[in-house]
Design a protein around this ligand. Sequence first.
Ligand SMILES: NC(=O)c1ccc[n+]([C@@H]2O[C@H](COP(=O)([O-])OP(=O)(O)OC[C@H]3O[C@@H](n4cnc5c(N)ncnc54)[C@H](O)[C@@H]3O)[C@@H](O)[C@H]2O)c1
Length: 362
Amino acid sequence: MSGVSTKAGFLCDPVRIRNYCTAIFVAHGVPDYDAHVVADSLVTANLRGLDSHGITRVGIYADRLKKKLVNSVAHPKVVKDKNAMLLIDGDNGMGAVVTLQALRMGISRAKEYGICSIGITHSNHYGAGAYYIKEAVKANLACHLYGHAPPTMAPWGGIKPYLGTNPYSFGIPAGKYPPIILDMASSVVARGRILLAAKENKSIPEGWAIDTEGRPTMDAQAALAGSVLPFAGPKGYGIALMNDILAGVLTSSNFGSQIPDLYRNLVDVQNIGAFIQLTDIESFIPVSDFNARMEKLVEDLKSITPAQGVDQIYLPGEIENNKEAVRSENGFSIAEVEVEMLSKLGKPMGLDVEEIFLRGGK
Ligand SMILES: NC(=O)c1ccc[n+]([C@@H]2O[C@H](COP(=O)([O-])OP(=O)(O)OC[C@H]3O[C@@H](n4cnc5c(N)ncnc54)[C@H](O)[C@@H]3O)[C@@H](O)[C@H]2O)c1
């Protein structure tokens, strides 16, 4: 491989790797624009430092397309419409495609009616929530996105996984400052970090997971066999449950242990849902007033003295926004195993993985 190798892996050009991933999805029958959306959502996750939800997912997405567990040419349609409420059937399309289309339909409704609740059913893994939140925020909307995932987390006090690390995302514009984007799993840490520790034969900190008997464990393998823990104990459990109810039960999608595992079940479709709540700012208050008030809020927060050992107060999403700006300019690194995965996928369709590397030291 001729790419620039750093300690973190191989340095990639965001545009080139996005084009490469788009071409892989197109070769799996996905229409050009949809393929671009999925690749863009994954590369954006890498840019924001969320590597566990980035291009590492190209392999499993391609596998599920190949096995017809995900519909490459999907036509999401509105199945219930009450003006400020939409239920959208994703036609088992790729999660990013369905979620973005549903969100865009909801945005025009929220602009018209002040609010819009959007339920999504028959969809798939949508990756990192911030990608969709950013689109809503650009339209001067507050956006809540409730997602759910296959079971890896026991209900608080239990030992058997039933809920996923169900993600909750919230975003809102902040005037002249970058938007506030809270985008989080409901577990203490993303399960991907435990997977990584297991791969590297490392232990994990106490408080991340329990073993199959419900005992706290620092053994990554025992943690994977057991259950990840929710953040803040019963509170994170409550948030995960709320997400499963809104994204799964309410939308008639699968919920709880009904959701087949993304990686381990290559037989069943996932029927994942999502729930989005949009609120139009201008319907409440002139956007200019809102922006001025948000700027004051941000400045107040930023002016609070940081605790010892803390460099500054950050707003939710700020660390990721900063990373995105730097990585968009300088590229980002991916591990050798990811380069190999992309190479293996691209080769049969005449793609050269060397194309993804950053050239000429930007
Ligand atoms: N689609 C799915 O099935 C699924 C499931 C789980 C998670 N996810 C995604 O995984 C990603 C990672 O989730 P996570 O919980 O590991 O994220 P995280 O713990 O890295 O960050 C969570 C939130 O805390 C904020 N934050 C972190 N440090 C901060 C600080 N010092 N000051 C202020 N705010 C700070 C971040 O900006 C972010 O909004 C998210 O994009 C989420 O949508 C997706």
